[in-house]
Design a protein around this ligand. Structure first.
Ligand SMILES: Nc1ncnc2c1ncn2[C@@H]1O[C@H](COP(=O)(O)OP(=O)(O)O)[C@@H](O)[C@H]1O
Ligand SMILES: [Mg+2]
Length: 342
């Protein structure tokens, strides 16, 4: 029944009641009290019936609709309004139900896309970590091979040349000069090979541990560039597994390389702490300061690599700069896998 019809009927009903009541009062002038009471009760019952009918067709459906909207808004996407009768409130309920269906479908689709995205992101992170590990193993193997084969050959060559130099008579000055030059060349090559091996995989990292490797790397940077580096490590000996040590070492290398290439800095400070199961590593320079665009740019592969490495350890990286004041790179991650899953 239409809402308008219900209201009209209720209105007519109340008008009839009023008329009936007036006629009754006029007519019952001479009747006794009991009859008047019975008539009044009948009229009041009819009025209550009119109230109930109005409530059944208007108030209840409206309250039901309001409840459904509220529950849906609170997150219960299965919530639908009752739309079984045929007035405007039910039309409203049906419209709400249709809207709820569309919204629920869209939300479900979005959730699916988000789940896919999350899954791809996790897979991408795992793949990246896997590739980094393989790369490190490969570098370590190449470093070992160069050391064992090339290093061995160069050492033998150097010894032979030294013998040749000793056995060459004084008067063969040209030959002696040539051999001397060859010796210098071999020395230079031995140094280059050492540098390449160290860059591939610093033996210090495996032999003496993370703290020593970081000390060596910062001292080497200072020697090569003339930029002073202050280093603070707390506690003094930080022992991390191979993956974590490698990540820290590679991040330090990339950060220092960026300082030389982009920062125009005159001082760098590096700090490493391992407190309450959390490693915090910071490289700070006093250069021109990286901009937001530079740090977030999709071709900033060095910084992207740093973020990926941190995330592969269930940690995070942040890099920010202040114009003219410098750049701060921070990475944090849990000390162990147990901490990561705690
Ligand atoms: N310490 C720094 N100070 C100022 N700018 C920096 C610093 N580190 C990085 N940048 C800027 O961020 C960009 C992205 O760095 P990165 O991803 O390492 O790439 P790349 O070093 O190959 O250019 C750099 O090109 C540079 O403009
Ligand atoms: Mg770089």
């Amino acid at each position: 029944m239409k809402l308008r019809t219900i209201l009209q009927l209720a209105f007519v009903f109340i008008a009839l009641l009023a008329m009936g009541l007036s006629a009754f009062i006029a007519f019952s002038g001479g009747r006794n009290m009991a009859e008047q009471l019975v008539a009044a009760t009948v009229i009041l019952s009819l009025a209550s019936f009119a109230g109930l009918a109005t409530s059944r067709h208007i108030t209840h459906p409206l309250a039901d609709l309001a409840r459904s909207i509220e529950d849906f808004g609170a997150g219960d996407l299965s919530q639908r309004a009752n739309s079984s009768s045929a007035n405007e409130i039910c039309d409203l309920a049906r419209s709400f139900n249709r809207m709820a269906d569309t919204l629920a479908t869209k939300i479900a689709e979005r959730q699916q896309v988000e789940e896919h995205l999350h899954l791809s992101r996790t897979q991408f992170r795992d793949l990246s970590a896997h590739l980094q590990r393989i790369r490190e193993e490969e570098r370590a193997r190449i470093a070992r091979d160069i050391h064992d084969d090339l290093g061995q050959c160069l050492t033998t060559l150097k010894l032979d040349l030294a013998l040749l130099y000793q056995d060459t008579p004084e008067h063969a000055a040209v030959v002696r000069q040539k051999v001397r030059e060859m010796l210098q060349l071999v020395d230079g090559t031995i140094n280059s090979v050492r540098r390449i091996i160290t860059e591939l995989r610093p033996r210090l990292l495996d032999d003496l541990g993370l703290t020593a490797a970081i000390e060596w790397q910062t001292a080497d940077f200072q020697k090569r560039t003339g930029i002073p580096v202050s280093l603070s490590v707390y506690p003094r000996e930080i022992i991390l597994d191979r993956d974590r040590s490698t990540v820290l070492f590679r991040v330090l290398q990339e950060a220092l390389l960026n300082v030389v290439r982009h920062a125009a800095a005159t001082a760098v400070s590096v700090s490493l702490t391992d407190i309450d199961g959390k490693v915090e590593f910071e490289v700070r320079d006093n250069g021109r300061g990286i901009t937001k665009e530079e740090s977030g740019h999709c071709t900033s592969f060095g910084l992207l690599g740093i973020r990926e490495r941190a995330e592969s350890l269930r940690g995070a990286a942040s890099i920010s700069g202040t114009p003219g004041e410098g750049t701060v790179l921070t990475i944090t991650f849990p000390t162990t896998d147990e901490e990561a899953h705690a």
